[in-house]
Design a protein around this ligand. Structure first.
Ligand SMILES: Cc1ncc(COP(=O)(O)O)c(C=O)c1O
Length: 417
């Protein structure tokens, strides 16, 4: 039981709330929540859905499943409503998938901090594979082949590969050529691809090409998505998964539905009302998605500039709302302050008033000088400030955002004075 800890980002979030309540002026970059108000039409749908008090089908009503199928079909992945399951968040869907599909799990290193604990909870071995130079969210293809071989020699049974597109924690999107290469390896090695696309609509530049493994290898790809990030609805808990067509996909889907039926029964009906509307993507939702993605990009790029200015190397962010600096170039100077690894680096950032999520908590090497900054908590404390941020042509010039960015810049500069 001693091994059963709370997810580190949620635990950190609670600790920060306590310390802020006690008056400490901390800047919180340790939690991947989109700090934006709920969009008014979504609240209207939620209110309208309150009258829906029956349980309904486990996988979701035909209406909501058709809406999610339409969402995928418009993104180049033809999908029928019978391939969709909705749930209270994508987290339980990923967990259910782990229950159903046998074998160990290949994960990018670093990766979102929930994949490995979920794997362990269902008796799987997480196998961490280094990410490429250019982006995170995917294993480096050559390292992937080596890791599969090495794992099999050790008696492991890698059968699932998780990709995060775009990625938490690096804030980058893997390019199409890499996706094709990884799909080919998955086909050769008999892997199921789990494509976590919860940040898909948070690609900063609308011209960026997004290739889903579901387009390249549809027969072996399960896709997870949700509204927590793109529409800032984390607390509403709306997730969805798309399963492959054909007998194998159907076997996985019905297994997930069976797990769902024993744990959460179905997505709350008022949330299904919201999801049907949002995944239907009327014009106002598309506008909202574009405005949010633009804001996330502008602020993430600014934090990237600050990190690089403080001596880090860092992949330029292209999606989601994270940057993942690496302070290896200034290891010598950091040693003077007792910083020699991921925990001591995160500790020093905290002493400088900035809360970050240490890289080792994301499965990264403990001795590496890396951490994650979630940049989506910087949009303001009030709905008015957050709305201003969404509407601004140049959000990083808004005084309430600039103030925080300047404090962050000051803290980063004092890391290696
Ligand atoms: C990569 C990734 N996948 C999935 C989730 C879970 O989202 P939810 O359960 O809110 O759908 C998160 C949230 O932090 C995430 O970062």
């Amino acid at each position: 039981m001693n091994d059963m800890r709370m997810s580190p980002n949620l635990a950190l979030n609670q600790l920060v709330a306590q310390r802020q309540a006690a008056g400490e002026p901390l800047i919180h970059l340790g939690f991947g929540e989109s700090r934006l108000p709920p969009f008014a039409p979504l609240m209207e749908r939620l209110a309208a859905g309150a009258k829906r008090n029956a349980y309904g089908p486990v996988a979701g009503t035909p209406g909501v499943r058709a809406a999610v199928a339409g969402y995928f079909s418009r993104r180049g992945v033809p999908t029928g409503a019978d391939q969709i399951v909705v749930a209270p968040g994508s987290k339980p869907l990923l967990m259910a998938l782990g229950h159903v599909v046998p074998g160990d799990v290949l994960l990018p290193r670093p990766a979102w901090n929930t994949y490995a604990p979920q794997a362990r909870l269902v008796g799987k071995h997480p196998i961490a594979v280094a990410i490429p130079e250019e982006c995170g969210g995917v294993p480096d293809p050559r390292s992937l082949r080596e890791s599969i071989t090495a794992a099999r020699v050790l008696g492991r049974d890698p059968r699932i590969m998780v990709l995060t597109l775009p990625d938490n924690p690096t804030g980058t999107l893997a390019p199409p050529a890499l996706i094709r290469e990884l799909c080919a390896i998955a086909q050769e090695e008999g892997l199921l691809i789990v494509s976590d696309e919860i940040y898909r609509d948070v690609v900063h530049d609308p011209a960026t090409e997004f290739l889903s493994p579901a387009e390249v290898a549809p027969e072996i790809t399960v896709t997870a998505t949700g509204l927590s990030k793109s529409l800032a609805l984390g607390g509403w808990r709306i997730g969805a998964a798309r399963f492959p067509q054909g007998p194998w996909g159907e076997w996985i889907r019905s297994g997930v539905v069976s797990v769902a039926s024993e744990i959460w029964s179905t997505l709350a009906q008022p949330m299904q009302e919201v999801a049907e509307y949002a995944f239907g993507e009327p014009e106002e939702i598309r506008d909202r998605l574009r405005a949010s993605a633009r804001l996330h990009g502008a602020v993430a790029r600014e934090v990237h500039r600050i990190a690089v200015g403080a001596g880090a190397t860092c992949r330029p962010p292209t999606g989601a709302f994270y940057v993942y600096p690496d302070f290896e170039p200034v290891r010598g100077e950091l040693a003077k302050y007792g910083v020699s690894d991921s925990p001591t680096l995160a500790r020093r950032m905290l002493d400088l008033g900035i809360v970050v999520l240490a890289g080792h908590l994301l499965g990264d090497e403990g001795e590496a000088l890396r951490f994650k900054c979630a940049t989506s908590m910087l949009y303001g404390d009030t709905v008015e400030e957050q709305q201003l941020a969404l509407d601004a042509a140049d959000p990083v010039a808004l005084p309430h955002i600039r103030l925080l960015l300047d404090r962050i810049e000051d803290g980063f500069q004092r890391l290696v004075p």
